[in-house]
Design a protein around this ligand. Structure first.
Ligand SMILES: [Mg+2]
Length: 298
């Protein structure tokens, strides 16, 4: 089967009802929660699988890059094993992330190595992401990016590939601490891995900084974010739907990117998400969706 259309709405009437509800409540009630890899970024770049925020990192020490790769090869299949009970799998993910973070510290990762890794990476935002963020920024609508990757890398990707920061965009991810020489010495806060990222909600959100070394502070409008009871959720996995779990939302519109293995997943995705974008689509569908959600015309 070849999918001619790139957008599938499981229940178009329900979607329209939700859009109307969000529009009536107004932009001050709206927030956006987005996954990073494969959602804001392209799944394929120049015909090849794009890299993840974790995958691009070269720490300037081949021995340690190899050690992290070996961990990946061991743990990655376990992450997707259908037979390992969730509790056991959660423990395995904690082990994997913990070991990886320790190798980054032990191997002497520097901030310069992050910059270099990002500039030589095959990581790219979907077309329309900048326009989406700008549209939301103009209306003071916050965007929370949830990721089990590394906040510092995601911020560097934003800096290098977008060339600007957005005051409304916050990253909830693993955050590094560097010493005065730009060497990684520790990680801040609780470990966020692929199976617990949804438990970490607003209290972990920190602003995107223009420059390395800026004072890191908690988001100061947690309360107002909690009062934004309408959510646009963007994800590329069914598990991403859990990103809004920490929020007592009134209306949630979920948009899913189905990038690969489309025939096997399109039914499940279109049942789970309000709207599904197929074939590694650009962000224009979501730009149109938010403009409908924020339209003042009846
Ligand atoms: Mg993803």
């Amino acid at each position: 089967m070849i999918f001619q259309t790139v957008t599938v709405a499981g229940d178009p009437q329900l979607l329209q009802k939700k859009i109307d509800a969000v529009r009536l409540a107004g932009p001050s009630k709206l927030q956006v929660i987005a996954d990073f890899d494969g959602t804001l970024t392209k799944y394929f770049v120049n015909g090849r699988r794009g890299q993840s925020s974790h995958g691009i990192l070269k720490q300037g020490n081949a021995e340690y890059d190899d050690k992290r790769q070996a961990l990946y090869e061991y743990y990655h299949p376990l992450e997707f094993s259908p037979t390992i009970p969730i509790q056991e799998k959660t423990k395995l993910m904690e082990d994997w992330w913990g070991k990886t973070h320790n190798l980054l510290i032990e191997g002497g990762l520097t901030y310069d190595a992050i910059k270099e890794s990002v500039s030589s990476s095959a990581i790219a935002f979907r077309d329309g992401v900048v326009e989406l963020f700008e549209f939301l920024e103009e209306r003071n609508i916050p965007v929370l990016i949830f990721s089990a990757g590394l906040a510092d890398i995601i911020e560097e990707v934003l800096r290098q590939k977008v060339h600007r920061s957005f005051k409304n965009v916050k990253i909830v991810s693993n955050r590094m601490v560097f010493d005065n020489n730009g060497r990684l010495i520790s990680f801040k806060g609780k470990l966020i891995h692929s199976l617990n990222k949804n438990e970490h909600a607003l209290e972990m959100a920190a602003p995107v900084h223009e420059h390395f070394g800026d004072v890191d502070g908690p988001i100061n409008d947690n309360a107002s974010v909690k009062e934004r009871t309408n959510v646009l959720l963007l994800g590329d996995h069914l598990g991403d739907l859990g990103m809004s779990d920490g929020l007592d939302y009134e209306t949630r519109i979920s948009a899913g990117f189905l990038n690969d293995n489309i025939e096997n997943n399109v039914v499940n995705y279109s049942k789970a998400f309000d709207v599904v974008y197929l074939n590694d689509a650009p962000m224009w569908g979501v730009v149109k969706l938010v403009s409908q959600m924020c339209s003042t015309v009846n």
